[in-house]
Structure formats: C-alpha cells, structure tokens
Design a protein around this ligand. Sequence first.
Ligand code: NAD
Length: 466
Amino acid sequence: MTQPLVIAVVGSGYVGLVSAACFAEIGHRVICVDNDEEKVRLLNDGGIPIHEEYLPEMLGRHRVGNIEFTTDLHGAIKQAQAVFIAVGTPQSDAGDADLSYVDAVATAIARSIDGYKVIVEKSTVPVYTNEWIRRILERNGASKEAFDVVSNPEFLREGTGVTDFLHPNRIVIGVESERAAKVMRQIYEPLTSGAYYDLPHAVPGSRSAASPPPLMKMSTKAAEMTKHATNAFLAMKISFINAVANLCDAAGVNVEEVAAGVGMDERIGPKFLRAGIGYGGSCFPKDVAAFRWVAEQLGHQFDLLAEVEKINCEQKKLFFRKIRSALWTLRGKRLAVFGLAFKGGTDDIRESPAIEIVQMLLKEGCCVNLFDPAAMERAKAILEPGSQVAYVSDIYEAAKGAHAALFLSDWQEFASVDLDRLRQELRHPIVIDGRNLFDPELMSGKGFTYVSVGRPSLAAGVKAPH
Ligand code: NAD
C-alpha cells in the first residue's frame, strides 16, 4: 500500500471519529483532536462516545499504535501532514450554517503551522467556505506557501458510517493545487487502488479490489456545492414520496406498491423512496436550510427546497393526527413508543422526528413507555424521566398495559418483533407505525388494528382491498 501519512482529525464526532478510525484502518497514523475533555478522556479510557457498527472493532485494532486522542490541537498540527476539520456546522437562527467552530479551528491552525500542510474541509459547509478558511489562515499569520485548503465532503450515513467511508460511491476532492491533490490521492490510495479490500481484516462492503471507488477531482467550490446538492436532493426524494403517500392515503392506495413501481425506473432508483414520518438528523434539516440560504445569497430563490421543508414539517403533524384518530382521546393514555433516534442504527437524536412526536404526545397529556436500542441515554437529556415518561429496557416491557404501540424509528430489530407477544402485552391491540415496518395484512391477521403511512389502515382480521 501507499506511504502512510500523519493525519490530524479535528472533531471526534460522528464524522471525525469514524474518519479517523478509517484512516487508521487504511494504514495512516492519526491524531484525533477534540476540545471536549470528557470525550477525549472517554476515548483514551477505551470508551466510544457514539453508536456505530464496526467502530468498536476498528478502534480496538488501532488504538495502540495508529490512533491517539488528545485535546492538544497545537501538538497535532505540528506533527500532521494533513489536517481534517470535522467539527459541527449547526444551523444558525437565520437558517445558514454556523461556521464559528470552523473559524475557531482555522484560526488555531494558523497559529501552529510550521511547514507545508494540507488543510481539509470535511465538515459540510456552504460554497466559498474554502476561500474563507484560506483568508482566516493568512489573516492569522500563516504564509500562503505553508498550506493548501482542500474540500473533501463526507457522504457517510450514521449507523453505517464505517462501511460507507470504506466503501464509498465516490470520493470527492475539491482542490486548486497539484501539490495538495497529490497528498489527497496518497491518503485515499488504499481505497482507490483497491488494495485495502484484499486485506484479511477488511471491513466487508460493496467495493472490492476489482471495483474500487473513483476519486473525483473538481474545484473547491464544486465540491462544496456537490455536498449540499446531494443532501438537498435526498431530502427532496423523501419529501416527494411522503407527499405521494398522503395522496395514497386519500385514494386508498398502498404507497409501497407505488414506490416499488417508481423506484424500478433506472432514472429514479428505489432508495430514499420510503414513506414515513419525515427526515431528521443532524444533516438534512440544516443542510437543506443552508443550501436555500446559499441560493438566496447568490440571488436565487430555491423555492423547491422551501416546499421540501414544508412537506417534512407537515408529515409529523399528519402522523400525529393519525395517532389521535386511532385513539380518539389522548389525555391519560399510556403509549409504548419504539424508537427515539432519528432513524434506526444510530444513537443520534438531533432533529429526530420521533422526539418531536413524543413531545407532542406529552403536551396532550399522554404517558409514554420509551424504548430505543441505543438512543435512550441521549434522549433523557430532552425527555426527562418522570410521571409521564418512563424508559424501559425492552420492547415487551414497553408494551405492557399500553393503549397502543407506536413505531417511530426503523430499527431492524423492531421489524422482527414477536407480534403475538406484543399483542398479548398491549392493553389494546393497536399499532401505529410511522416507518411502515410491517405488512398491513399480516398485522390485521395477527389481530391488530394497524395504521401506517400511505397504506390503507386495517382493523383486526380485515383483508386489504385489492
Ligand atoms: P458532532 O457534533 O458529532 O461532532 C463535532 C465534534 O467537534 C464534537 O465532538 C465537538 O466537541 C468537536 N469540536 C467542536 N469545536 C471544536 C474545536 N474548536 N476543536 C476541536 N474539536 C471541536 O458533528 P458530526 O455529526 O460529526 O458532524 C461534523 C460535520 O460533518 C458537520 O459539518 C456535518 O454536517 C458533517 N457531516 C455529518 C454527517 C453525519 O452523518 N453526522 C455526515 C456527513 C457530513
């Protein structure tokens, strides 16, 4: 494989920590920097602050030797040949991306730079941020020759972050100098050459030595725009199918059949055509808003994105109305709630539609038994345990005596729940499914009144109309 580099990754969150572990996995030496002392202490003690498949094994493999965790940014910059900025870029009150964390890191890098470094923007940022980082570095004393700023947006999805990183559809690098491009090619060479996939410990995925990922070189601005446009398009696909689902509800049509038919068209594809309670998480909501803001700054109204946001917001309210119409009154009812994370497979509850729906239920006087395989600890900070809110340790305990079960995140293990046992535990056999995890006819046959999204609701024992 290629000559290993020393890489500093600043920010040890969902993107930073996964990227760092994966860089170590493909042979580089990595220094992971975070200003959250508690997080760094946890990592140094062998803990892992996030839930990600394969991350424990990979950190276990590389902790000794290839990867270290520190709060010392200055020391890390001194040693590193490439510095990845992977700090948060949350939504500001105005809707644009708050770039103050990126600014703080760029300023600190400028003060520590002592030789040529490639500074890599990994965080999702609006077009022109690359130029701003360059300007910040120069303003704070770094000489033009001492660095290049590259844009290398990350497309991983939480829950499958490691596999996505090591088996990407594409690696995008926005770069203006050949010197920096060479460093970036060297970093990703174990993936782009396919050499990684032949290693005995390689994490399995869709790529192989015979079909390695392409590295796409473009301008820095194009790379920044590519990331925003990708997330905006995916969010649009979700809102589109949700809008179609609402028509299906009105017409008595099964949206899954429609989505399957639409998705078979090669020009469209089947992914992200799953109707539900809307998108959430730390990326789509803020990135759609930030992209709309970028458009405005460039003198264009991207009204399509406003509609995407509106449909997404409505979707939660429509689902809430379904809960109400299934239960008639809400005050005093106890509901079993399955899923708090913004989707299955992660512990991330940022902008989670599940949390929002639970908050609406609490406001109406409902009591909830909450269960999520990974997100309960994080949820406790927002939905405090008390007389209305109970956290339980498994699905059946949550269902015990509840007036209905709500499915709000698409965890794999929910789909394989023992339905007979679920029905026995519930006070009333009512399932309201915001993720279309079950087959309506099966549910009805099992004795449930079953309500889902964009599919005809069925009372117990009733067959779906065809
Ligand atoms: P996160 O909040 O999980 O992690 C950010 C980390 O940066 C935190 O650990 C924080 O303590 C640290 N940090 C903040 N300021 C710092 C500083 N000055 N010095 C050192 N560390 C600092 O965020 P995330 O979800 O990993 O997202 C990071 C970026 O990647 C965002 O721009 C996001 O849009 C983008 N992104 C996220 C995903 C995702 O699925 N989460 C996917 C692709 C891209």
